[in-house]
Design a protein around this ligand. Structure first.
Ligand code: DX5
Ligand code: ZN
Length: 217
């Protein structure tokens, strides 16, 4: 079954607990938390304290997507704050394998993220070091952007690469996922769908999750 990971980026930051409760009601698999530093991406969101405070309110697995420069500086802090999965951009860390190891040494699941223009070759030699690979289907920084169609072929290729490697690794897709695009993305081989605006900008976020699931059946 394809997992749904709503991104709290599009939730009301002043009423985060309410958004999290709605996602529990909706029965989502992960809570996707977008950390942005204003350097790696042109936007700033939140840091450790938000993760820590959400952790106190829910037992939903927290999938923390670090859009920050040199994420190796902070993986331990995010692990301590309560992240379950920590993903880092290959474009942001020079010693990727070491950074992934550092995440695992904290007892957390590690993931590598590729921007839309970054080739799959960048993760070819770290497949043993990850539980997840996140393909960005928009340029990171903002919610509500349109899905970049070229990523569709990248999903299929990554699926083949993982299959050939012979180890289970989740493929997560982030950006422009909604009830129009989700079915094609799932059919291409995605295991986890991140959805921000499609869920939290909907009048009824619980219903929006249900509709997303329906759309991929
Ligand atoms: C984009 C973030 C996404 C974002 C997706 O930089 O990484 O997780 O919340 O938003 P939507 O689903 O609106 O494209
Ligand atoms: Zn994200």
């Amino acid at each position: 079954m394809v997992k749904i990971a709503p991104s709290i980026l599009s939730a009301d930051f002043a009423d985060m607990a309410a958004g999290v409760k709605l996602m529990e009601q909706a029965g989502v698999e992960y809570l996707h938390c977008d950390v942005m530093d204003g350097v790696f991406v042109p936007n700033i969101t939140f840091g450790f304290k938000m993760i820590e405070d959400i952790r106190k309110k829910t037992s939903l697995p927290m999938d923390v997507h670090l859009m920050i420069d040199k994420p190796e500086r902070y993986v331990e802090r995010f692990a301590e704050a309560g992240a379950d999965i920590i993903t880092v951009h290959v474009e942001a860390t020079v010693h990727l394998q070491r950074t992934l190891q550092a995440i695992r040494q904290c007892g957390k699941k590690a993931g590598a993220v590729l921007n839309p223009a970054t080739p799959l070759e960048m993760v070819k030699y770290v497949l043993d070091d990850v539980e997840m690979i996140l393909l960005m289907s928009v340029n990171p920084g903002y919610g509500g952007q349109g899905f970049i169609p070229a990523v569709m072929g990248k999903i299929t290729e990554l699926k083949e690469m993982i299959h050939a490697h012979g180890k289970e690794i989740e493929i997560e897709i982030d950006g422009g996922v909604n009830k129009e695009t989700a079915a094609g993305i799932a059919a291409a081989g995605a295991d986890v769908l991140v959805a921000g605006s499609a869920v939290f900008s909907a009048p009824d976020p619980v219903q929006a999750v249900r509709e997303l699931r329906e759309s991929i059946k």
